[in-house]
Ligand binder design. Structure first.
Ligand SMILES: [Mn+2]
Length: 356
């Protein structure tokens, strides 16, 4: 039996609100979902598992019709989904009375339900959120129903949660639960909870700048009692960090050149958070807004400290507190800790002088 496990697709989200590419990201989420379903057809997947948060908010009927059309094209694939905390079954949610294509099953009760597929000897358990937060460990005492007539079946749990406010998970209890595979959603980074048995597929596309690293879905194949699990990278973009180490000689344009080169090498399609470290010329500042216009740069954080001309300061403040402060560092070891102490100290002393 071959299956695909995805979660946290967040259809309808428009990441990076306020940026030039936000609308495009919203379209890319739909497109990656559509392409992943084409993968499912090509890979001859018997079962598609969607572990919650298919939508960013409780879906409308027209959103469900779009998704159901894509599902209906997967003629040989059964699809099972649950509602997560984002697309919960609250008031006005179209999940409640939508009529799906024949190959689609929503486990939309807040109590655990089971769907059985005798032709692939598989059963899938799961429950749904009816509100944004459920701080109860609802999965702790779940196990598959034992029945000798179904020996050799694959027993799967679809689950969404993993933090204190969203159905906390107990690794040991899940491990002992008797399920062959636990398809997890909610945590946006792909992650193994129990080796060979429980995985978070992660968000299909990254949804915000904290969703760094690769994104996609999991392909699974049962071989007797054994499971073969493979993560497939599918996202069109990644969020990545760039750190640029500056010197007192740098200007906004020299940093811009460095940043452009860095983005070109790492991948112009990705979205970047940039941090400037090191020092800048005292009394000047980098134009972070100008730097942000270089590619898909979400934000630029300037963590540089001013570089002081120590000889000049020593001359100007000879015999005064500032001059003696600089001299107290001379002759000693100048490691990073001492260097920072000198820089921060000078910054404070000079500033308090200016306020006099
Ligand atoms: Mn969630």
């Amino acid at each position: 039996m071959r299956f695909m496990h995805m979660a946290d697709v967040h259809l309808g989200a428009q990441p990076d609100k306020g940026s030039d590419w936000s609308r495009q990201r919203g379209e890319e989420i739909w497109e990656t979902f559509r392409l992943s379903l084409e993968d499912a057809a090509r890979e001859k997947v018997d079962l598609l598992l969607i572990a919650g948060d298919l939508f960013h908010t409780p879906p409308t009927e027209s959103q469900l019709r779009e998704v159901d059309y894509l599902f209906s094209r997967l003629s040989r694939t059964r699809i099972v989904l649950i509602a997560g905390n984002h697309d919960h079954l609250g008031e006005g949610c179209a999940y409640r009375n939508f009529s799906w294509s024949r190959n689609v099953v929503g486990l939309f009760s807040t109590h655990c339900e089971c769907m059985r597929f005798p032709e692939i000897k598989t059963e899938v358990y799961g429950l749904s959120y009816d509100r944004n937060e459920i701080p109860l460990p609802l999965y702790d005492d779940l196990s598959p129903v034992e029945d000798p007539s179904r020996s050799g079946w694959t027993r799967i749990l679809l689950a969404h949660g993993g933090d204190a406010m969203h159905i906390p998970l107990n690794r040991e209890k899940l491990d002992a639960s008797g399920f062959d595979y636990i398809a997890l959603g909610h945590i946006h980074k792909p992650m193994t909870l129990i080796r060979g048995k429980a995985m978070f597929s992660g968000a299909l596309e990254p949804i915000d700048c904290d969703d760094t690293g690769p994104h996609g879905y999991i392909l699974g194949e049962t071989k007797g009692r054994h499971l073969k699990l493979t993560f497939v990278k599918r996202a069109q973009r990644s969020y990545r960090d760039i750190t640029i180490s500056c010197t007192g000689a740098d200007t906004t344009f020299s940093v811009l050149d460095a940043l452009e080169g860095c983005i070109e090498t790492k991948g112009p399609e990705d979205i970047y958070k940039v941090t400037l470290t090191g020092v800048r010329q005292a009394g000047s500042a980098f134009d972070t807004e100008r730097l942000r216009q270089c590619g898909r740069v979400l934000r630029v954080e300037d963590r540089t400290s001013p570089a002081f001309d120590l000889e000049d300061l020593k001359r100007r403040y000879h015999g005064q507190l500032i001059g003696r402060f600089i001299e107290s560092f001379e002759g000693g070891e100048m490691d990073l800790k001492h260097y920072k102490a000198l820089q921060y100290g000078l910054e404070a002393l000079l500033e308090s002088r200016m306020n006099e």
